[in-house]
Design a protein around this ligand. Structure first.
Ligand code: F0G
Length: 431
């Protein structure tokens, strides 16, 4: 179906066959061809200057949904949402640390730290919109497959909305902090003896048959929320777009969301030019980087293997949307080995900022782009850190306490007797 006259404020459109359905249609994919859906909005009825003024006024507003870093932008996220399920989320900082400039080889790197969201990752931005939509359509239950952050976020927002949540995660493949959160927030948690790609295939099929609302980033409303990482950082930069935005890529929901956000911000006059996107994968889970290296002539699928469990994904669901995002922004896709992402993580952590392993591909990828000459030291670069340092304490303790020989930046604790002499001996050895 195509809306001819009286287009609603927002609707959903299939990215493969162009079929259009109502904004409130609950099907997670196109019913005609199974393609990925995208939410489309009529251009805002007020000018870019008026929009920017409204966003600015809301930024310092009273606590609650309006000052949320997602719903502040509601005209370009989900204009028709009236009552929203909001923690609130977003309002994450842009951080600068000289030690990270030096390590990456740039003059002034700003890090947008999405680990400062309520459940510790950027997923909350998509989930507030996804769960709001689930309530709007009267979903009886919500579900997702996850490497851990999506499930923690879904569990928290479903608890707030009072809707049962079902999550499928790879058994033994989820970092401790994320599994603990998912259980504590009360989601029905299934540990699947398989990998993330298998979990996603299962939940994708099951939700169609069981009439449970799917809240993986296949769901286009998740993408609408994740766009606000970009809107918020552009607002923090007074709508003066940077040269580059560097970020981790796994299932490619973020890549898709960032591309869509920049397309809309540009089309609707909020920014004069688009930054280039740089999507970074872990080398053992880099099907998108392989496709990019071949000019996107073919879609690759791999058996994923990396220490960064968040992005241990071999068959990313939002591939088609992400290809469009990279093409439209003259973007690049690259990968970094685990050794480099761990080294980058140790540097981010030791700077006092801290992040989870998957997030560190941002800094490791940026260093490579500078070494290759793609990013110039004077370029204005925003790096996105996607998750909080406490998400994966297991890997941290292995890195600092156990690995032999100690890896770069390892900070070994020293066990001592409970005496002043023992303490003095250590301090003497240090000086
Ligand atoms: N960084 C973190 C911390 C993540 O949790 C994820 C994805 C990504 C980056 C990659 O983002 O999938 O949009 O390309 N985590 C998902 C999950 C898959 O289930 O939590 P993407």
């Amino acid at each position: 179906m195509k809306f001819q006259t009286n287009r609603p404020a927002s609707w959903q459109s299939c990215m493969s066959c162009g079929n259009e359905v109502l904004e409130t249609d609950p099907a997670p994919r196109c019913k005609l061809c199974k393609g990925l859906l995208e939410v489309r909005h009529r251009p805002p009825e007020i000018s870019a200057a008026q929009l920017i003024q409204r966003f600015t006024e809301r930024r310092g507003g009273p606590p609650g949904a309006t000052s949320s870093g997602v719903w502040r932008f509601r005209e370009i996220v989900l204009p028709s949402a009236e009552s929203v399920v909001s923690y609130p989320e977003g309002n994450t900082p842009l951080l600068h640390r000289v030690a990270l400039d030096r390590w990456a080889g740039v003059d002034h790197l700003l890090l947008k730290h999405e680990g400062h969201n309520p459940t510790g990752s950027f997923k909350d931005r998509g989930m507030t919109v996804g769960v709001t939509q689930a309530v709007r359509i009267g979903a009886r239950a919500v579900a997702c497959a996850s490497t851990g952050n999506t499930s923690a976020s879904l569990a928290a927002y479903a608890a707030q909305a009072g809707i049962p949540a079902l999550v499928l995660v790879p058994s033994g493949g989820v970092a401790t902090g994320k599994l603990a959160q998912t259980l504590a927030y009360g989601a029905r948690t299934l540990l699947v003896r398989g990998d993330f790609d298998q979990c996603l295939r299962m939940v994708d099929q099951a939700t169609t048959e069981l009439a449970v609302y799917l809240l993986n980033s296949i769901n286009p409303f998740r993408i609408e929320g994740q766009k606000t990482v970009i809107f918020e950082l552009l607002q923090q930069l007074s709508w003066d777009a940077p040269d580059w935005i560097v970020f981790p890529a796994g299932n490619l929901g973020n890549t898709a969301a960032f591309g869509k956000a920049l397309r809309e911000a540009h089309d609707w006059g909020l920014i004069a030019r688009k930054p280039r996107l740089a999507a970074v994968q872990a080398e053992g889970a880099a099907p998108f980087a392989r496709s990019f290296a071949e000019g996107f002539s073919r879609r690759h699928r791999v058996k994923a293997d990396t220490v960064a469990t968040a992005i241990k994904i071999g068959d990313p669901a939002s591939y088609d949307r992400a290809v469009a995002a990279i093409r439209e922004t003259n973007g690049v896709v690259l990968s970094v080995p685990d050794s480099e992402l761990l080294e980058a993580k140790a540097v981010i952590d030791a700077s006092g900022v801290g992040c989870e392993p998957a997030s560190a591909v941002t800094l490791a990828g940026l260093r490579r782009l500078v070494q290759q000459g793609s990013v110039k030291p004077a370029d204005r670069v925003i790096g996105v850190l996607t998750g909080h340092i406490l998400k994966d304490p297991g890997l941290l303790l292995r890195y600092h306490q156990e690995l032999d020989p100690p890896p770069p930046g390892a900070n070994r604790p020293i066990e001592i007797e409970p005496t002043l002499e023992a303490l003095e001996a250590v301090l003497r050895a240090d000086s």
